[in-house]
Design a protein around this ligand. Structure first.
Ligand SMILES: Cc1cc2nc3c(=O)[nH]c(=O)nc-3n(C[C@H](O)[C@H](O)[C@H](O)COP(=O)(O)O)c2cc1C
Length: 274
């Protein structure tokens, strides 16, 4: 089956698919004609599915995606700008969690939403580690502390910059600041040589983070956790991450103990209009 097909009876020659194809592999010789596909279309197609999802007539199909397989927009669910602003502004990093574990289906939903994030070249490079067991989260935090002790000993200036002596002191006083007592941690990882891994990982976690807040879940970036994973092989191994991968990011997840009734102030944009 060819990669692309266009139903000439449905195609209204509006040229939208031609305009929207990011790789410019859908071509039209004249506005009266049904578009055609470049000879090297299969090689350069990003498999983003935009051509199928943008066509108002449902005329275009890919071998792996038909129009009726794409969920349709529900106008009733559109956010107003005020709703979007409040939703985004009320997202907070949560660092105090209830003991209650998050249900598996909710964790699965978070991953599904995260995988809808943008990624460079539509590579969708994400692999996921979900640490469901709270005792294992605590165990990993303990290994991070071994790394913390090593950095304090070997690279004191870096340790100071990352405020690691304070983190160690807290740990020794029973205050776990690595995963903050979260019942779960989600780590996104992928090919260590993928040049956009950090960005793609951050975007997927950002989607996850925002959706978690809509689900009434609390999240917080685990900056120490994934930095240690990438720099301390015993942690990388304890996480079971494959060799050739690196951790792109990590997120603590759980039910928040407290609600935030107010939005804290943030800096205004530092901007030059040119
Ligand atoms: C890349 C990154 C790493 C972070 N690492 C940690 C961390 O290890 N521990 C932590 O408690 N918070 C961490 N945070 C959360 C930030 O401290 C938090 O986003 C910031 O204080 C603003 O608060 P807000 O998210 O509630 O707006 C991290 C945030 C980012 C973006």
């Amino acid at each position: 089956m060819p990669l692309f097909t266009i139903d000439p009876d449905k195609c209204n020659r509006d040229g939208i698919c031609v305009s929207e194809c990011p790789s410019r592999v859908i071509l039209t010789e004249s506005p009266k004609d049904v578009p055609i596909f470049a000879p090297d279309a299969e090689e350069h197609c990003l498999q983003c599915g935009h051509c199928v999802s943008v066509c108002p007539e449902g005329a275009l199909s890919l071998s792996w995606l038909k129009p009726d397989e794409c969920p349709s927009l529900d106008p009733k669910l559109l956010l107003t700008p005020d709703q979007a602003e409040q939703f985004l502004a009320f997202r907070r990093s949560i660092r105090t969690f209830r003991k209650k574990p998050v249900e598996r289906d909710k964790l699965e939903k978070l991953l599904e939403i995260a995988c809808g994030a943008p990624s460079a070249k539509n590579a969708q490079p994400w692999h996921w580690l979900v640490v469901e067991d709270a005792a294992q989260v605590r165990h990993l935090a303990g290994i991070v502390m071994d790394w913390v002790r090593m950095i304090i000993r070997d690279r004191p200036e870096v340790a100071e910059q990352m405020k690691l002596p304070r983190v160690l002191e807290a740990w020794e006083n029973g205050d776990e600041r690595i995963c903050r007592g979260a019942p779960h941690v989600i780590v996104v990882h992928g090919d260590k040589d993928w040049p956009f891994g950090s960005e793609d990982g951050a975007l997927a976690l950002s989607h996850l983070d925002l959706y978690a807040s809509a689900m009434g879940l609390g999240t917080c970036w685990g900056g120490y956790l994934y930095t240690a994973a990438n720099n301390y092989p015993p942690l990388f191994e304890a996480m079971g991450l494959p060799s050739g991968h690196r951790a792109y990011g990590a997120m603590m997840v759980g039910y928040p103990k407290f609600k935030y009734p107010r939005i804290p102030r943030r800096n205004p944009p530092r901007v030059v209009w040119a």
